[in-house]
Each structure stands twice: as structure tokens, then as C-alpha cells.
Design a protein around this ligand. Structure first.
Ligand code: ZN
Length: 134
């Protein structure tokens, strides 16, 4: 695993949270992207070397809607950059982690992503993400 690629934060209202995080970080978000398959609308901020992803549910079945219902708004996942996502998935499975999707899927911001079940990672939802190479 490489660096922390971004931190994902679940929010109820993306527009209101964009305003809040613009004040907090002193920069504007650089993109808004909907991932229909996940039922989320995301926005991204870069602040120094750090990247923050805000996630808003677009329907009640969205994992973000369910997360907010259970826990309220807040840190949702930590994403680590990986060079070869298939290799990392195999390595982590062999180490005993539960991978939620063993076939990487297309995430926001030109990434292939896979998630580890929080029950095997001390309650932290871990995202692996690999840049999609053209
Ligand atoms: Zn993410």
C-alpha cells in the first residue's frame, strides 16, 4: 500500500458541506462527480498534499444514506493508493481481511476501487484505489 489517497466524509447536504469545507480548507472543490452505481454524489478538495472526498447519498438505498442513518455524518472511509489493485486484493485476502468486492469497480475521480469490510479492520472502512491507466 502506498500513501493515504483521500479521506471520505459522509454528508447530508453536499452544497452546504462544500461551503463549509471551502471555509475550513481555504480552497474550492475542484470537481463534483456522481457515481450512479453507488448512489452517491461526490465532491473533491485538494489542500496541500491532502485530498478530501465528500459523499452525499442520491437515494435511500445508498451505502451513504445507511451510514448516516446509523452513525450520522462524519468520516466514512480512508482510501489508500495502490499500484496494482488485483495484487493487493489477493495479498489482503491471504492476510485474512474480508474484501467487500473482489472484482475492483469504477469509482469516482478515475479510480478502480475495492473496499475492506470494517469488521476486519478495527471498524474502519478501508478503500483501495488504483489510478485507471489509459
Ligand atoms: Zn473514496
Amino acid at each position: 500500500m502506498d500513501k493515504v489517497e483521500h479521506i471520505g466524509i459522509a454528508v447530508k447536504d453536499l452544497e452546504a458541506s462544500n461551503t463549509l469545507f471551502e471555509k475550513l480548507l481555504g480552497v474550492s472543490h475542484y470537481k463534483i462527480e456522481e457515481v450512479a452505481s453507488e448512489g452517491v454524489r461526490t465532491s473533491f478538495f485538494k489542500s496541500g498534499p491532502n485530498k478530501i472526498e465528500l459523499l452525499e447519498a442520491t437515494n435511500l438505498e445508498s451505502p451513504i444514506a445507511k451510514f448516516i442513518e446509523r452513525k450520522g455524518e462524519g468520516v466514512h472511509h480512508i482510501a489508500f493508493a495502490v499500484d496494482d489493485i488485483e495484487l493487493e486484493i489477493t495479498r489482503l485476502k491471504n492476510e485474512g481481511f474480508t474484501v467487500l468486492n473482489e472484482t475492483p469497480k469504477k469509482g469516482a475521480d478515475n479510480k478502480l476501487v475495492a473496499f475492506l469490510h470494517p469488521k476486519t479492520t478495527n471498524g474502519v472502512l478501508v478503500e483501495l484505489c488504483q489510478e485507471i491507466r489509459q
